[in-house]
Design a protein around this ligand. Structure first.
Ligand SMILES: [Zn+2]
Length: 372
């Protein structure tokens, strides 16, 4: 049985999330869409205006009588920061409380499991916030994305092949960060940036970057599995006895669909591969065909397993979108159950997907625990 306070908190959260999603709404709309009486809406909205969560901006057109005031989420009072940790870089994003990005910073910052590195995270974050003239007390939280398997119950990074560490307390990462923090892994964060927030949907997200990962959202909620390894699609075996994967197995999807397989050397640039492809380089054409073939097979397998929409994300998602014909033809050939390939779409946010997603998750976490 919920207490009165818990019910009030839940109702406030529903209203904030509704306004966040709709951007501009009237009190009448909140009442009719969320099933509250008008006096109840007036009371909650007054609280949220006083707390500077909502603000009144403009009016809706009149249908006779008084014009309805337009409510939206206040900007300029509260911010969140997204922090995307990768092996060689750090990406930071400052986000308004209404979900709009304010600023972004991306730079080389090589991961090492040392106090110097973790201290540097705090220093870079503070400098980033100060450089945008944001008062530290306006930052309500920092979302931190880490490429690896995170156990939220024990607050431990179980394993990260990419960072080459295991069993590290998450608090090590936030030791020098003087704000509330929220952790999630990179693919789950990236997927969150891509899923619709205003409807309950099932989505499989396949993250295609230097490694292959993924996430499963059922009814718009993250499914993590029993051991937080749900959605680790990179290590599904696609070709038994095939190429060696960095995880130690042979034939994993990662060994066939990581962006690295398109390059001759790990520091070659993908841009160069695609310009050679465009100029008709035979080796590139062959490599790209094989890549798409393996990807089409994997996507079809995911469709058969989950029977829902599949989003291709990570930075390869953007490249595949530029050469759609070939990929969709292959996906259609492998799948005899669907009439077309409309269940497949490409991620919108490309290289920013993880940092946007982790900032949005921090925002969502803050709102979900918001008490006046
Ligand atoms: Zn593997």
């Amino acid at each position: 049985m919920k207490t009165d306070n818990e019910i009030k908190m839940q109702n406030r959260v529903r209203i904030i999330k509704y306004v966040l999603d709709q951007r501009h709404v009237s009190r009448q709309e909140i009442a009719s869409r969320l099933g509250f009486s008008m006096p109840t809406v007036f009371s909650y909205v007054t609280e949220l205006l006083d707390a500077n969560i909502l603000c009144e901006k403009g009016e809706f057109g009149s249908t006779g009588g008084r014009k309805a005031k337009a409510l939206s989420i206040c900007t300029g009072q509260r911010y969140v920061v997204g922090m995307d940790i990768t092996k060689r870089h750090l990406r930071l994003m400052l986000m308004h409380f209404n979900g709009e990005p304010v600023a972004e910073l991306y730079f080389k910052y090589r991961y090492e499991n040392t106090d110097r590195y973790y201290n540097g995270l705090g220093v870079h974050l503070e400098t980033f916030i100060q450089n945008h003239d944001i008062a530290p007390e306006s930052v309500v939280g920092v979302g931190i994305s880490i490429p690896g398997i995170i156990d939220p119950k024990t607050n431990v990074l179980q394993r990260s092949h990419i960072l080459e560490v295991s069993n590290i307390s998450l608090l090590t990462f936030s030791k020098y960060i003087p704000y509330p923090v929220y952790f999630e892994n990179d693919a789950n964060s990236a997927a969150y940036a891509e899923i619709p927030k205003n409807e309950k949907t099932n989505i499989i997200y396949l993250s295609l970057s230097n490694t292959v990962g993924g996430a499963i959202y059922l009814g718009s909620s993250l499914y993590t599995g029993d051991n937080y390894r749900g959605g680790e699609f990179g290590h599904i075996i696609l070709h038994p006895g095939g190429k060696f994967c960095y995880c130690g197995k042979q034939g994993c999807l990662d060994a066939y669909c990581s962006a690295m397989v398109l390059l001759d050397h790990s520091d070659d640039r993908l841009e160069d591969f695609f310009s050679r492809l465009d100029s008709g380089d035979e080796t590139c054409i062959k490599r790209w065909e094989t890549y798409l073939d393996n990807l089409a097979m994997a996507v079809t397998n995911l469709r058969m397993a989950y029977d829902c929409n599949v989003i291709l994300g990570g930075y390869m998602g953007g490249y595949i979108a530029q050469y759609p014909g070939c990929f969709f033809e292959k996906a259609e050939t492998y799948n005899k159950f669907d009439q077309d390939t409309s269940y497949i779409s490409m991620g919108k946010h490309k290289r920013q997907s993880t940092v946007i997603g982790i900032a949005q998750l921090m925002l969502n976490h803050y709102i979900s625990h918001f008490a006046v």
